[in-house]
Design a protein around this ligand. Structure first.
Ligand code: SAH
Length: 220
């Protein structure tokens, strides 16, 4: 169990990290407040605690990664998160991205396919947040039970725009997902108009671990 003291550790490093992110055009005040608050070091294997506030992706269990803080901030800022937004996340991983969204007042539904990561994330997130719901499943199928969502965030590399998943987005909603091959992806911001028309913009190159599932990549 983490103590209150653990959560306050590294505050100075969090401040420096946020300065670095502000230099990279991260400016949503509520996002900055969340980045200053969420203890990223608690979402990592102990060995990496001293690197937790470097702006880099780091390994977590099962050959997966916790996204680079800039990537988390960039995807979050692009989605214009508002308190009360229902957000579907595909790829819980460490749970850090879900914590940032919850800290901003979103109601988070996050899906992970690897049991060990799902359980580890659940253990830590349950201590801090009541507004996060976690599911062990293939996220490419979404979470129809709670649909529609105001926002959808995919944190693993998708081979397509996941059109089926976008039926779980409200008219007027937004999604962000990295689309490309397994090596490099374009970040795509997708908007669904009030009359259900989809438009997309590309926001630069990123690198994610593959999205594996029925509408993603097949394993290996
Ligand atoms: N948002 C995470 C990033 C984790 S990396 C964080 O903040 O740490 C991407 C995660 O997506 C991995 O944990 C991987 O297992 C998971 N993943 C890959 N394909 C998936 C799928 N079809 N459904 C749910 N999770 C998936």
């Amino acid at each position: 169990m983490n103590t209150i003291k653990d959560t306050f550790k590294h505050q100075g490093q969090r401040r420096l990290l946020v300065k670095e992110l502000e230099n990279k055009k991260i400016k949503d005040p509520e996002l900055i407040r969340a980045l200053l608050k969420v203890p990223r070091h608690l979402f990592l294997p102990k060995d990496f605690e001293n690197k937790a506030y470097d702006d880099i992706a780091l390994p977590i269990d099962e050959d997966q990664t916790i996204s680079q803080p800039f990537t988390v901030a960039f995807q979050t800022q692009s989605l214009e998160i508002k308190p009360g937004d229902k957000v579907l996340e595909i790829g819980t991983g460490s749970g850090y991205q879900a914590a940032i969204l919850a800290e901003m007042g979103a109601l988070v539904y996050s899906i992970e396919r690897i049991p060990k990561l799902h359980l580890q994330a659940k253990k830590i997130l349950d201590q801090f947040y009541k507004n996060i719901h976690l599911l062990l499943s293939d996220g490419t199928l979404g979470w129809p039970e709670f649909a529609p969502y105001n926002k959808i965030i995919v944190t693993a590399a998708s081979p397509s725009l996941l059109e089926n998943l976008m039926t779980q987005l409200v008219p007027g909603g937004m999604a962000i997902l990295p689309v490309g091959d397994k090596k490099i992806q374009k970040m795509v911001l997708l908007k669904k108009s009030v009359d259900n028309k989809i438009s997309t913009v590309e926001l630069g190159d990123f690198r994610f671990v593959p999205l594996i599932g029925k509408n993603g990549w097949t394993e290996k």
